[in-house]
Design a protein around this ligand. Structure first.
Ligand code: GLN
Length: 381
């Protein structure tokens, strides 16, 4: 037998695949994996159609269709007052996950340390480990999951090469505020530490608060990879198109890897997104659209025995369940799916040590009817 030296000996199958498969198998309402159950806009679908008819069916340029990168550059400048050169500082990727993987692979060498905040989206730690890096995680706790920057300072060593931030945060639905950004800057300013800023939920910030993109801060921008996505804002997670922005020197290294990992991303979708992005209403209205869903879902959950945690951004709502049971979150997630017909994500899956604060995550990017049916079932728990 050939020996396999696993790169990820501890990894199982991602919780999203596990819970969506269980939802499909049992016919449960799937509020686990984060994706909408309503269609993307017919206008956008028509634009993809047209792009295919017009012959956008061969390889796109390696870094992405240039007019799309130009649109993104304009959008970023308008929203965040930050300029990225479309030619040298923006690359279109096969979704946020590939951008994250590539950014980590670009700067992390064996034994380099990367600080992450857990519960963390589950692709960060594996990408760090595959690069030979060492994950240094700071565990955050409900209900507010605030970052204690004094503890971050203590985690920093001479081998720290990257800090990964995620705002709005998946799964906690928290956002970074000005004091967090200031504390982060204070830590990295005189050190060789890169920042990977996962901003795929940038447009989903509620209650009049602002998305503090890392691009807004020149002292941070110069050392950061900013990752964003089209799947989340345009309700098309299955298209797997996202992008990464970084200063030219960093982006040049990023592209060396990107070209051999995916080469380029599908052409007709890039062409369509270019046209679609020209109308800013297509993304500026998203916060209001999702806020209504958030409020509706929270209102319904308030009539159950689940206890709501705050939701400042993203399309996730977490709850505690001490009034219902003291079982493990993973066990309750399976029981809710099998016995009550609602699939959810146990938040312990986002801690590398499996820390269980008895918290479950729901995705509320669903039709009203789906939310109604799910709430009806959750009231019986
Ligand atoms: N981002 C989505 C979530 O958090 C799904 C990610 C995935 O399935 N890889 O549920």
């Amino acid at each position: 037998m050939i020996t396999i030296n696993s790169k990820l000996p501890q990894a199982g199958t991602t919780i999203f695949t596990v819970m969506s498969a269980l939802a499909n198998e049992t016919g449960a309402i799937n509020l686990s994996q984060g994706f909408p159950d309503y269609e993307t806009s017919p206008e956008l679908i028509e634009l993809v159609n047209q792009a295919m008819q017009q012959g956008f069916n061969q390889y796109a340029p390696m870094a992405g269709y240039l007019p799309l990168r130009e649109e993104l550059s304009r959008k970023t400048e308008k929203l965040y007052g930050a300029y990225y050169n479309p030619d040298t500082e923006i690359t279109i990727t096969a979704g946020g996950t590939q951008a994250i993987y590539t950014a980590i692979a670009t700067v992390i060498n064996p034994n380099d340390e990367v600080i992450i905040f857990e519960p963390a989206f589950d692709c960060y730690a594996p990408a760090i480990k595959i690069a030979g890096g060492v994950v240094k995680s700071l565990e955050l706790e409900p209900p507010d999951y605030r970052i204690n920057w004094e503890l971050v300072k203590r985690l920093v060593s001479s081998r720290t090469r990257m800090i990964i931030i995620n705002s709005p945060q998946n799964p906690t639905a928290t956002i970074l505020r000005q004091e967090d950004i200031d504390a982060l800057y204070d830590i990295v300013k005189n050190r060789d530490i890169f920042i990977l800023s996962d901003e795929v939920y940038e447009h989903l910030v509620y209650d009049g608060e602002e998305h503090l993109s890392i691009a807004r801060y020149p002292g941070l921008k110069e050392r950061s990879f900013v990752v964003a996505s089209f799947g989340k804002p345009f309700h098309a997670t299955g298209w797997k198109v996202g992008y990464c922005m970084a200063p030219a020197a960093l982006m040049s290294e990023f592209r060396k890897i990107h070209q051999f990992l995916v080469f380029c991303v599908n052409a007709p979708v890039q062409k369509a997104l270019t046209e679609y992005l020209k109308n800013e209403n297509h993304y500026l209205g998203l916060a209001e659209f999702f806020k209504q869903k958030r409020d509706y879902f929270r209102h319904g959950l308030a009539e159950t025995r689940f206890d709501l945690l705050p939701c400042a951004g993203s399309y996730f709502q977490s709850v505690r369940y001490s009034r219902i049971s003291d079982e493990k979150d993973a066990d309750l997630a399976i029981r809710l799916t099998r016995e009550f017909g609602v699939a959810v994500i146990p938040v312990s899956a986002f801690y590398s040590k499996g820390t269980d604060h008895h918290v479950l995550r729901f995705c509320f990017a669903k039709k009203q009817e789906t939310l109604d049916n799910a709430l009806e079932r959750l009231k019986k728990v």
